[in-house]
Design a protein around this ligand. Structure first.
Ligand code: PMP
Length: 430
């Protein structure tokens, strides 16, 4: 099997040959068939150091033995019956212990589903239909929060999103005064969504004090404050960014690491809001007041892996190691930039590393400015790294995890140096 032939077959049955638009690549994508720890192998047997880690879901590394064992055991014991089961209770108890905002938990099918549900809860609780969301923050692919996910556009990056739905989203910069004015001017806004890391898992960091400031503001105004911790939950700290920074939102959306690196999602939050989902409650003649279904919510196989992941991740040791590895990676990349006299910056919070090629600082820049890298440079960087066996996430960003070692980081930095040298030689990078 080779990548090229697989792509030809794929393009006959999958639109563009892919199952997710970001996996598209010209002339063809790379098809992977095995992964272990921080490494993965493509169908041609080529090995890659992985800084994508399952779109940031596999902080424990690929095929972690304890997760694999827990899932395999559950597969033979009771894969899925669509009933209540003990593991969902145990998993929910873990999230309530770890996340300051979690008084109740409702599991969902993905991060996108979690944000859909959280917004419905926000509308139901506030009685207002509109949401305020921050420019460039990503909350999944559904209609309700798509407008503004591409920074600087104030529109949805997709056909097929009804204008009436987009009209329900107000997009602002992460500026407390601007947000306060927007809330005052538009009394239909009832809910506020914030990606807890800042846009794209922190490639656009939030201004200092923003999270505590917006908490203070919404505590006064009564708007429902939702932190999207799909990336940051259990990565920034066992209890997410909210526990690390000591700021408690009303609702939190989770997926990826919080679901043990398995398919799923969750909304956690204040009991009085979450209990709108309870069939024991009645509001306006409706019981439950907010309806939510989903065949695979809290599927036992996922719950088995997630509970095991909660046990391993609850001490914070894994996160500390991943942070140290990301630090080493950022230092290594910045040394390459310094040595090769490239005006660029490697930066990032927690276990992330982002690259900015417009100068040596991102201070004062908004999401649109930070994320404006030339397509030629992005492709050159990606192709150069892939040809040397290094895979990034989102092309100019990386995440690290438990299986990254100093040796793997240093090996990747060497490949990065060679790739940057080539880009200078070829005039792609000036
Ligand atoms: N919110 C954030 C912050 C995300 O990064 C993502 C996915 N990358 C989502 C929501 C959507 O999650 P999913 O892909 O599981 O639907």
């Amino acid at each position: 099997m080779n990548n090229h032939v697989l792509c030809q077959r794929a393009r006959e049955c999958l639109p563009g040959g892919v199952s997710h638009e970001l996996r598209y690549r010209e002339p063809y994508p790379i098809y992977f068939e095995r992964a272990k720890g921080a490494e993965k192998w493509d169908v041609e047997g080529k090995r890659y150091i992985d800084f994508k880690l399952g779109a940031a879901s596999q902080i424990l590394g690929h095929a972690h033995p304890e997760i694999a064992e827990a899932v395999a055991r559950q597969m033979t014991r009771m894969p899925y019956t669509a009933d209540c089961h003990p593991l969902e209770v145990e998993w929910a108890e873990w999230l309530c212990r770890l996340f300051p905002s979690a008084e109740r938990v409702r599991f969902a099918g993905s991060g996108t589903e979690a944000t859909m549900l959280a917004f419905r809860l926000g509308r139901a609780h506030s009685g207002r239909d509109k949401v305020l969301r921050i420019d460039g923050h990503f909350h999944g692919w559904h209609d309700m929060l798509l407008k503004g996910s591409k920074p600087g556009t104030n529109s949805p990056p997709s056909l097929g999103v009804p204008q009436v739905v987009s009209n329900l989203a107000v997009v602002t910069q992460p500026d407390l005064q601007v947000i306060s004015d927007a809330l005052e001017n538009d009394c239909e806004i009832g809910t506020i969504f914030v990606e807890a890391s800042g846009a794209n898992y922190g490639s656009v960091p939030l201004p200092e004090g923003f999270l505590s400031g917006i908490r203070e503001l919404t505590s006064k105004t009564g708007h429902v404050l939702i932190f999207d911790e799909v990336i940051t939950g259990l990565r920034w700290a066992p209890g997410g960014r909210q526990s690390r920074d000591g700021v408690t939102p009303d609702l939190t959306t989770l997926a990826k690491v919080a679901t043990g690196g398995l398919p799923g999602g969750a909304v956690v939050g204040r009991a009085d809001i979450m209990d709108l989902l309870s069939p024991g409650e009645m509001r306006d003649g409706l019981s439950p007041p907010v309806s939510h279904k989903g065949t695979f919510n809290a599927a036992p196989m996922v719950a088995a892996g997630a509970v095991k992941a909660m046990e391993i991740l609850s001490t914070g040791d894994v996160q500390n190691h991943a942070d140290a590895m990301a630090n080493r990676l950022r230092d290594g990349f910045n040394k390459v930039f310094g040595d090769l006299e490239v005006e660029a910056l490697a930066y990032g919070d927690s276990s992330t590393c982002h690259l900015y090629f417009g100068g040596t600082t991102i201070d004062g820049l908004d999401a649109a400015a930070i994320r404006r890298t030339s397509p030629q440079l992005v492709k050159g960087l990606r192709d150069g790294l892939l040809s040397r066996g290094v895979d990034f996430m989102s092309f100019t960003s990386c995440v690290t995890g438990l299986p990254h070692t100093p040796e793997l980081i240093d090996e990747a930095v060497d490949h990065f140096r060679d790739t940057i040298s080539d880009l200078i030689r070829d005039g792609v990078l000036l």
